[in-house]
Design a binder for this molecule. Structure first.
Ligand SMILES: *Cc1c(COP(=O)(O)O)cnc(C)c1O
Length: 361
């Protein structure tokens, strides 16, 4: 039987470490609603992220939705179509219109030089994404935003573990989903510069409650529970080691595949969190062939992010052309990457890729 290899596998602490962390919950019977673990994890994140304001959420998507709501945005939001559906859906579910800007062909992040021409009198914010953990051109984005008085909310779902990433723009939104480089099973957080928004966000995620029986916002339920927070406390202890092991895995792939002209790797830096391993093929034809061959051998790479969010069947503003994003989406493939991925498995994946005659075409 062939071993199934998924695109990722969540990192978990030793069972006993987690048990120690959650033991007290059997005594306190305080399972959610901002208990001791929630407080401790929020404090730990403030230190880790070097930021003043952190609010935890049940998941990254809700964190995006509540962050947008907290800023009272209206009209149009300029964003990227080269992202997970969540970014676009969070905008639309807040009653806003996403306006899609094309991306940079090297970094895959929003092309800051193309933002200004999309600004109208209805634009209220820019929502860029640090795709695969590659930081956007934050300086250029800041310049445009200041000139036109726009808010900047970063979808930072891929960037946890990169130094100083929490302090760009007005807010950054993190995902701690099981598939991310750092997980709290499900989970997310928003960091932001305006401290006056702290109580507002805390209330929004808890039905807008001010005091018992009084509600000051139309909030919902976005709370992170104690078991999630406990998982976060444990996983945070091991994150640095996780990232190091991921780097070793990436280096192995690069060693094996570097001489193939039809495959290009993303550039990692000293500060990378090695959250994803995207490779860009010379053509869609080659990408799709490699994808199919790997799947036939029970290996599951992912076409992140294909189709573009402005091209899916519910895509809005699908008429706006984003040719660079389209070209990247057609040729990209994200290969399996996680800390415990064995070198023999990396080699097997590389062998299958290298066997493809189509690579020479
Ligand atoms: C994972 C992800 C999200 C959503 O986070 P969840 O925690 O899964 O809800 C949002 N944006 C991007 C770019 C993501 O990759």
């Amino acid at each position: 039987m062939q071993k199934f290899i998924s695109v990722t596998k969540p990192s978990m602490p030793k069972l006993n470490e987690y048990v120690v962390e959650i033991k007290g919950l059997w005594k306190s019977r305080w399972l959610t609603n901002m208990g001791a673990k929630h407080k401790a994890f929020e404090a730990a994140l403030k230190r880790y992220l070097h930021t003043e304001n952190v609010v935890l959420f049940a998941n990254g998507h809700l964190a995006l939705e509540y962050a947008i709501q907290a800023f009272d945005l209206s009209g149009e939001v300029i964003t990227t179509p080269f992202t997970f559906a969540s970014t676009t859906h969070a905008i639309v579910r807040n009653g806003l219109i996403p306006v899609f800007c094309d991306i940079d062909p090297i970094k895959y992040t929003i092309d800051a030089s193309k933002i200004e021409r999309l600004i109208t009198d209805k634009t209220s914010a820019i929502m860029p994404v640090h795709v695969y953990g590659q930081l956007c051109d934050t300086e250029a984005i800041e310049k445009v935003a200041q000139k036109h008085h726009l808010k900047v909310i970063y979808d930072a779902a891929h960037t946890f573990g990169i130094p100083n990433v929490a302090n760009y723009g007005d807010a950054s939104v993190f995902s701690f989903h099981a598939t991310k480089v750092f997980n709290t099973i499900e989970g997310g957080a928003v960091t932001f510069s305006d401290s006056t928004l702290k109580t507002k966000m805390d209330r929004l995620k808890n039905f807008g409650v001010l005091v018992e029986n009084d509600h000051v916002y139309f909030g919902g339920n976005g709370k992170m529970n104690e078991f999630q927070a406990a998982m976060g406390i444990c996983n945070l202890r091991h994150l640095a080691a996780e990232i190091k092991r991921r780097r070793v895995v990436v280096q192995r792939y690069q060693l094996r595949l570097k001489d193939i002209p039809s495959i290009a790797f993303m550039q990692y830096t000293k500060e990378s969190n090695y959250s994803y391993l995207p490779v860009l093929f010379k053509s869609k034809h080659i990408r799709d062939a490699v994808y199919t061959s790997l799947q036939e051998k029970k290996i599951e790479p992912r076409k992140y992010f294909y189709p573009l969010t402005n091209k899916s069947s519910i895509g809005r503003n699908g008429t706006v052309q984003t040719p660079v994003a389209q070209d990247v989406a057609d040729r990209i493939l994200v290969l399996p990457l996680y800390a415990n991925l064995l070198m023999v498995d990396v080699d097997r994946i590389c062998d299958i890729i290298l066997e493809q005659k189509i690579l020479e075409s």
